[in-house]
Design a binder for this molecule. Structure first.
Ligand SMILES: Cc1cc2nc3c(=O)[nH]c(=O)nc-3n(C[C@H](O)[C@H](O)[C@H](O)COP(=O)(O)OP(=O)(O)OC[C@H]3O[C@@H](n4cnc5c(N)ncnc54)[C@H](O)[C@@H]3O)c2cc1C
Ligand code: SF4
Length: 546
């Protein structure tokens, strides 16, 4: 075993949440060491992988697989890394390399609506957050200013703000304009708030409308975790890549004293620090805590309540695909630019899930080409049908709320990965609350179809819910140590120098993508850690005690 290093703060995971936490801590003078399971891969390499990929519509295919830091893969077949215990598959996708999963996100950067954070008090379902929207609002703003979020405050009264969006909205694609115009008076179609440059910002260019946001923006007009890592390193954070943390060690006072990691050759290293922050994502973070067993904590760290890994949530989607009665040509501009946001809250939440309705703008050319070739369509008929789909096919999906349920959870599988580390296992069900929301949305689908003159309408069936990759709840914040993993600052109830950041700490999922909220909560966590200098000593102190 090799003693490699030591720092005031050790951050485990270099995704957008870990890197922006590390950056802010370093900016305030802490020495910060960031341990990352995967290697560095450049944007140019990812782009080259995409261009050479035989399966471009599989967004994971541009991201290399590293046996020492495995991630779930589903195409051409499930690699079995995320073991499914059922009854409903939880097909999470994530990336384990420097910068993490937001390399291939859609850059939706939503705020919750205030009532998402008090659904128990208001509607008698789920749980309340340990703080309210007003408390988080300045940190939302801070996160948006770092990430360069573009949007229109007038279009988003559902999430109040004290300052303008950092950037003006990105230009509205033609297809979305036609949706907005044709649904007007019944539905308000608005631009999505996104971490996407509408003009040059932060040394990066404006969006040029190339419609490749997932799996990789070729010009870095979108913010992502790789940029957050660059900024963290510029602020003085030391990054160790290819460091797969497999255990946290504690002392007699239940303080975490070291993180143990493997390099790709399975050589083990021990890193010491004063404060430890787990930021390995909503599945890998609980997995690490569950792996960190000891005689005193046989069920893992931060887990005296047994809540680590529980309350797994996402935003399941149902959808409608249809042919509109005019040419709109999806595929010009960002992939996911517009939505309907007026259905996200109301007294009905006592009975059923609310939802956002999200319109896709992904070019239909790739998908239709593959479908037609599979059907054996060639020649003039091929051209006619491809042209028709490319011009007229549209799609709208629900983004449904899932309530926290302790039975939905991540556990350790008895299967091991190539490093001999337990694989994560997902236990997940879609409950009646979410299903009732999906049923209610059918009326909206029908109305939208009518207003758009839709033909060839295709609805997903009642048993099919797409996963939206928003892994929430598994490290839930809360005031009661019996029902939550950490307090309002992400501080483990059981270990006073162990913190957690990421989407896993969010106690409810609401109806919007989770990353902006997770970053805002993480930036708030830093405020708690750093003003209290007693929990962070200088690097010299730490080194001398290592
Ligand atoms: C296709 C797709 C589209 C998405 N679109 C959106 C969107 O539009 N808006 C939105 O809000 N969200 C979106 N998401 C979700 C978003 O990407 C995540 O919420 C976000 O990346 C979470 O950030 P994180 O830092 O918590 O975790 P991650 O980004 O997953 O980073 C975790 C890091 O920890 C590292 N790590 C893991 N295990 C270990 C270990 N044992 N030791 C050391 N390091 C470890 C990983 O390698 C990784 O780098 C999308 C996700 C996908 C897959
Ligand atoms: S449309 Fe193109 S330039 Fe704009 S964010 Fe998406 S990939 Fe980047």
């Amino acid at each position: 075993m090799t003693e490699l290093s030591s720092a005031d703060v050790v951050v485990i995971g270099s995704g957008i949440c870990g890197a922006l936490t590390a950056r802010k801590l370093a900016q305030r003078g802490a020495s910060v060491l960031m341990l990352e399971a995967g290697p560095r891969v450049s944007r140019a390499q990812i782009l080259a992988n995409f261009r050479n990929s035989p399966r471009r519509s599989d967004w994971m295919s541009s991201y290399p697989f590293f046996p020492w830091a495995p991630h779930p893969v589903y195409q051409p077949e499930d690699n079995g890394y995320l073991v499914q215990a059922g009854p409903y598959p939880y097909a999470a996708e994530y990336i384990r390399m420097v910068g993490g999963t937001s390399w291939h996100w859609a850059a939706h950067a939503w705020r919750y609506v205030p009532n998402d954070m008090r659904i128990h008090s208001l509607y008698g379902v789920g749980v309340d957050w340990p703080f309210d929207y007003d408390e988080l609002e300045p940190f939302y703003q801070e996160a948006e200013e770092i990430m360069g979020v573009a949007g229109s405050a007038a279009e988003h009264p559902e999430s109040p703000r004290s300052k303008p969006f950092p950037l003006e909205p990105v230009a509205e694609p033609y297809a979305m304009r036609r949706l907005r115009e044709r649904l007007a008076g019944v539905y308000s179609v608005v631009g999505n708030t996104a971490a996407r440059n509408s003009r040059t910002f932060d040394g990066r260019p404006a969006c040029c409308g190339s419609n490749n946001c997932q799996p990789i923006c070729p010009v870095d007009a979108q913010y992502h975790g790789g940029l957050a890592v660059d900024a963290a390193e510029a602020a003085g954070v030391k990054l160790i890549a290819n460091a797969v943390v497999y255990r946290l060690e504690h002392d007699d006072q239940d303080r975490v004293v070291a993180a143990h990691y493997y390099d790709p050759d399975k050589k083990s290293y021990r890193v010491t620090g004063k404060t430890f922050i787990v930021a390995a994502n909503g599945i890998e973070s609980p997995k690490l805590l569950l792996l960190s067993t000891s005689d005193k904590h046989p069920n893992g760290l931060a887990n005296s309540s047994g809540m680590v890994g529980r309350n797994l949530m996402d935003h399941p989607s149902t959808s409608m695909t249809f042919d509109v009665d005019e040419d709109v040509w999806l595929g010009r501009g960002p992939q996911s630019p517009s939505s309907i946001n007026t259905l996200r809250d109301g007294p009905f939440r006592a009975q059923r899930s609310p939802y956002r309705l999200d319109f896709t703008n992904i070019s239909r050319v790739d998908g239709t080409t593959r479908r037609l070739l599979q059907e054996g369509v060639y020649g003039e008929e091929f051209e006619k049908r491809l042209r028709h789909s490319a011009a007229r096919e549209m799609n709208v999906k629900t983004v449904l709320e899932v309530l926290p349920n302790p039975e939905n959870r991540i556990t350790l599988s008895d299967q091991k990965d190539a490093m001999g580390i337990s694989k994560p296992q997902a236990h997940y069900a879609i409950d009646a609350y979410t299903r009732a929301g999906a049923q209610a949305a059918k009326a909206d689908f029908a109305r939208i179809a009518e207003l758009m003159g839709a033909t060839n309408i295709r609805l997903t069936d009642d048993e099919h819910f797409a996963n939206n990759q928003h892994i929430c709840g598994t490290l839930s914040m809360g005031s009661d140590p019996k029902t939550s993993v950490c307090d309002q600052y992400g501080q483990a109830h059981d270990h006073d120098n162990l913190f957690m950041v990421g989407t896993g700490v969010l106690p409810t999922a609401g109806t919007c993508n989770s990353t902006l909220a997770a970053v805002a909560v993480a930036l708030r966590t830093v405020e708690h850690i750093l003003p209290d200098r007693s929990s962070v000593r200088s690097s010299n102190d730490a080194a001398s005690n290592a």
